[in-house]
Write a protein that binds this ligand. Structure first.
Ligand code: URA
Length: 430
């Protein structure tokens, strides 16, 4: 078999076979296929696409390029969730404890944030002492003991994705639906869960800008998961404003705790109840989805989900001494509206970039994060504001640059007419 024939076949709009796809992935990971051939093939996939079978074979080949987590020694249904990346998205910190306190197993591998989006690992590491570098043995023991552990992805998980993503990033083939689907699903399948709930974000600051693309991506990921014998459900959710009010690591941890205590923002709470109920229902802990929703609310209002959160953080070495002093910055600077009207849109990407530039995120992988800084919104889409009203607070430990202020100014679309509200959950694909 020759890589050039595989590339030409895809270029000429034919489907690649399972054997060809496996040859390409194995050869690339082993260093036998050079970057220029792999990037040519990836670009051909970008233009031509892949059918569902090819996308599954690609995912399966990527999945088997490295270690696959074996959760078979743990009793019970294992559930996982994944978001395609949002701003202010702290749902894992809320959903993990909810699902675990309902008796499902959450053995989750998470990632770090880069650019305008945050990552669960950075949020966890913002808590004093909290470790995410658990050995496989410690990870499995914690899951057995308390139903939940969240750790960082090791280098051994889907090495093909690390190599291919780096190549796509510098050769223009990141926004390809089959490549995104196989990248996400190979990592999810390698984590060993039986049930996978996907949160596909749509809007500014999300990978998917249109409903059509979000629907195609969701259907493809569900199809890949099902071909692998998993229960997969995808939520297409709104990212035309950040989720909740808090953006920045400790600010988001605090908002997650408030949500688990029943005092969270409406959008975050609604999303967590809906996805949490699906995780529990798909794990067959209840016989209807309505029952699962009631259970989620019960776990929140009886304090069980919050108690599970603290147990989980303690198990990973973390301490939250006092929530009132949890966030300490040099300055909290109000940012006010420059005109009167209704907020139509809060560009999640601009807010995420402002938080990153304050030190709350990374521009490049090696940047060090300041866990305290970020943005706390006071207003959301639909609010009526007067000139001078506080739109948000900037939590800063250094001088706020004009670039950051411009980014925040650019984020708010304020108009005289009332906006039509858009749904938080656009569609559920299963
Ligand atoms: N997230 C991933 O993990 N991979 C992609 O290709 C895009 C988003």
């Amino acid at each position: 078999m020759r890589m050039v024939d595989i590339i030409e076949k895809k270029r000429d709009r034919h489907a690649n076979t399972q054997a060809e796809i496996r040859f390409a992935i194995q050869g690339y990971v082993e260093g036998k296929i050079p970057d220029y051939q792999m990037s040519a093939w990836l670009m051909a996939i970008y233009f031509v696409g892949m059918n569902d079978e090819e996308a599954y074979y690609l995912t399966d080949s990527m999945l088997h390029s490295g270690e696959v987590i074996d959760l078979s020694s743990i009793q019970g249904v294992k559930v996982d969730k994944h978001s395609t990346g949002g701003v202010g998205d702290k749902t894992t910190l809320v959903l993990g404890p909810i699902a675990a306190s309902a008796g499902t197993i959450v053995a989750k591998l998470s990632g770090r944030g880069l650019g305008h989006t945050g990552g669960t690992l950075d949020k966890l590491e913002s808590i004093e002492g909290c470790r995410i570098d658990l050995s496989q043995e410690a990870f499995l023991k914690q899951v057995k003991d308390i139903n939940i552990a969240i750790a960082g992805q090791t280098q051994e998980i889907v090495p093909a994705d690390k190599l291919m993503y780096a190549l796509r990033d510098v050769s223009g083939s990141v926004p390809s639906i089959p490549l995104i689907a196989s990248s996400i699903m190979s990592k999810k399948l390698a984590s060993g869960a039986d049930v996978i709930c996907l949160d596909v974000k749509i809007g500014d600051g999300a990978f998917m800008k249109t409903m059509d693309d979000a629907r195609i991506l969701s259907k493809l990921m569900v199809s890949i998961g099902k071909q692998a014998g998993k229960r997969v459900i995808a939520f297409i959710t709104d990212m035309n404003q950040p989720l909740g009010f808090a953006i920045g690591n400790r600010l988001e941890v605090k908002e997650a705790i408030d949500t688990l205590a029943g005092n969270g923002p409406e959008d975050l709470t609604t999303l967590c109840v809906e996805i949490g109920a699906q995780m529990i229902y798909q794990a067959q802990k209840t016989s209807t989805i309505e029952e699962a929703k009631t259970l989620v609310l019960d776990l929140i209002y009886k304090g069980k989900a919050l108690a599970k959160f603290h147990e989980f953080i303690r198990s990973q070495g973390g301490h939250i001494h006092n929530l009132d002093t949890f966030i300490q910055v040099k300055e909290v600077i109000p940012f006010v509206a420059q005109k009167e009207g209704y907020i139509h849109n809060i560009k999640a990407q601009s807010i995420g970039l402002a938080s990153m530039k304050l030190g709350g995120g990374r521009e490049v992988k090696t940047d060090i994060i300041d866990p305290m800084v970020g943005i706390l919104l006071h207003k959301k889409v639909g609010a009526y504001v007067k000139k001078g009203d506080v739109l948000l607070d900037i939590y800063a430990n250094k001088k706020v640059s004009s670039e950051i202020l411009d980014s925040l100014l650019d984020a708010f679309d304020i108009q005289p007419t009332k906006p039509t509200p858009s749904p938080l959950i656009w569609e559920i694909v299963s």
